[in-house]
Design a protein around this ligand. Sequence first.
Ligand SMILES: NC(=O)c1ccc[n+]([C@@H]2O[C@H](COP(=O)([O-])OP(=O)(O)OC[C@H]3O[C@@H](n4cnc5c(N)ncnc54)[C@H](OP(=O)(O)O)[C@@H]3O)[C@@H](O)[C@H]2O)c1
Length: 419
Amino acid sequence: MKALRGTSTVLFLITAAIALSIDPLEGLPAAAAALPSGIGYLLCRNPAKDSKLERAGNGWPGREPTKAGGALAGQPHASGTEVGKTVALDIMDQFKTTGINKTRSSRQEDELVARRRNGDASGLRIMVTGANAGIGFWTSLQLARRGAEVIMACRDSRKAETAATAIRARVPGARLRLTTLDVASLGSVAAAVAELERLEHLDVLIANAGMVHAPSARQRSVDGLELVAATNFFGHFALVAGLLPVLERAPAARLVTLGSLSTLLVRPHLDDPQLEGNYSSWQAYAQSKIMLQSFAFELDRRLQRTTFTTRALSTHPGYSLSGRTPRIAGVNEPGTFKRVVDTLQAPFTQGKDHGAWPIVRAAVDPDAFSAPGPVFYGPRGVVKGGPRKATPASITTDPEVAATIWKAAESATGISFLG
Ligand SMILES: NC(=O)c1ccc[n+]([C@@H]2O[C@H](COP(=O)([O-])OP(=O)(O)OC[C@H]3O[C@@H](n4cnc5c(N)ncnc54)[C@H](OP(=O)(O)O)[C@@H]3O)[C@@H](O)[C@H]2O)c1
C-alpha cells in the first residue's frame, strides 16, 4: 500500500511537471497554482514570475544588489568608421573610441549605471551565436525583453526565423536582426564578419553556439579541424578576431563566452588540442570548453595591456536541460520521455531559460569588472539558480596554459591577433 502511494506521488509529480512545461507563452498554468508550494519548488518553475521579472527589467533573479562601480556596457556610441579587413593592431587603433561619452553629465552616467545594475539592456546591440535554440534562444529573448537589439547568428535561417517569431510573440517590438553563421566553418565566420564589420558598433558578443553532445568518434569540420573544437572554440576565436574592430567602436564592449562546469573535471591534452590521439566525446567537449573559457580570460588580459576598451569574461549555465524548459514550437519540443527523465533530475537541474540568467547578467552588469582578475558568472546554486559571480576552474585562469591554447587557435585558424 505504502509503495503504491509512493508510486502515485511520483506519477503525480511527473504529470504536473509535464503540464507545467506545456504553456507556450510562459504563463503559469492554472493547475500549478493549486500545487503545494513545496512541490512547485521541486519542479523549480514559476514562469509567470520569471517573465514578469524580465518584462519589468526588474533586477536579476534572486539578486543581491551590488554597489561597486565598473566598466559600463551600453554607453552611447561614437559613430562608426569604414572598416578594413585586417585585424592587425595598428589598423584597429584607428577605430578606438574614448570609452566614456564626455557629453553626458555625471548624473546621467549614474542613472545609466543604476538602470544597467537593474538589468536594463536598452541601447545595447548584442550578438548571440547559436541563438535559435537552447540557452542562446533564451538569452536572446531575455535580452530583447530588457530592451537590447539582438543579432541572432544561426547556421540555419529557417530555424532562426522560427526563433525570431517566437521572440516577437513574447516581446512585441523586439529589435532583432538575423545573420547566417556556421561557427564550425572558417569561411562562414569570414562571411559573417564581412557582413557585420560595417556595423556602427557592437556592445556585446556572446559566444554561445556549441556542440553539447559531441560525436562518439572523432569528426572533422569543413576546414579539416576536429569538429567539437572547431565549433565550440576555433570558430569563435576567428569571429572575435574579425569583430574586435566593431566591438572597439562601442565605448565599453565585452565578449561573453559559454564555459562549463566540465572544465573542473577534465585535464586538457595541451599537446593535442585537436585530439588526434586522445579523442573521446567527453574529452572533446570538456577540452573545447576549457579552451573557450581560457580564451576569454586570456583575451581580457591581453586587451588590458593595450589601449583597447573591450573586456572579456566567461560564464556557465549550471546544468540546464531542455526537458525542464518551457515548450516553444520549433524551438524546444522535447518528447514526454525526455520531460519525465529530466524532471526526475529536478533537484540538481534547471531549464535553459534559467540557464540563460548568468549569460544575460554577464552581458549587462555594470559591476562585472569591479574587481581585478578573471570574471566568471554562474548560477547561485552552482548547477541552478539566480546569477552571480563564480570561481572558474584554475586550469582556465593559468596564463601559461592560455598562451598554449592561443597558439593552437592561431595555428588552426591561420589568424593571429593581439600576439
Ligand atoms: N545546457 C547545459 O547544461 C550547458 C552546460 C554548460 C555549458 N553549456 C554551453 O552552453 C551553450 C549552449 O548549450 P545548449 O544547452 O543551449 O545547447 P543546445 O540546446 O544544443 O543549443 C546549441 C545551439 O548552438 C547551435 N550550434 C551548434 N553548432 C553550431 C554551428 N556549427 N554553428 C552555429 N550554431 C551552432 C545550435 O544550432 P542548431 O539548432 O542549428 O544545431 C543551437 O542553436 C553551449 O556552448 C554549451 O557548451 C551548456
